[in-house]
Design a binder for this molecule. Structure first.
Ligand SMILES: [Zn+2]
Length: 151
């Protein structure tokens, strides 16, 4: 499917990514499907809920478990977004996050945590500037495929 992202919504995501640099930002993309396209209606910035407490539940090195490398969205925020979407006849179309100093390509962690129904928008940020934005969606083999993004 095609992800329809207006210049304003794209800018919103890019500014958020730049503001959080060198940490990862994350957020939700709300909207609706129409004419075979996912149309973005609203972008929600969310707190990166990845913290030390979350990190200790994973058996990995401390260096990897920082907000420079990880993001997570709190369950209550997801519920709120689901409720708002339902009320407005929308759905959660996807999740965005940034990759500080890394390309806009999903990591293995991104892939293993991803849900099939969502678009995963990734913004690459280098030296504080958003330089690339791409969207990805899982295929039936749980592999990411690039999704076309149009304004
Ligand atoms: Zn990632």
């Amino acid at each position: 499917m095609v992800l329809r992202l207006s210049p304003q919504h794209r800018q919103h995501i890019e500014f958020h990514a730049e503001r959080c640099y060198p940490r990862e930002c994350c957020g939700l993309i709300l909207g609706y499907a129409e004419a075979g396209e996912k149309r973005v209606a609203e972008v929600w910035e969310t707190e990166n809920a990845w913290d030390d407490e979350t990190a200790t539940t994973f058996d990995e090195t401390a260096e990897f478990n920082t907000q420079e490398r990880r993001y997570t969205i709190a369950a209550e925020v997801m519920l709120e977004a689901q409720k708002t979407s339902r009320d407005r006849g929308w759905q959660i179309l996807g999740i965005y996050h940034s990759h500080p100093n890394h390309p806009a390509i999903p990591s293995e962690v991104d892939r293993s945590w991803a849900w099939p129904q969502y678009s995963y928008v990734i913004v690459s940020v280098r030296e504080g500037l958003a330089i690339d934005l791409r969207s990805w969606q899982l295929d039936e083999n749980h592999q990411f495929r690039a999704e076309t993004v149009r304004s």
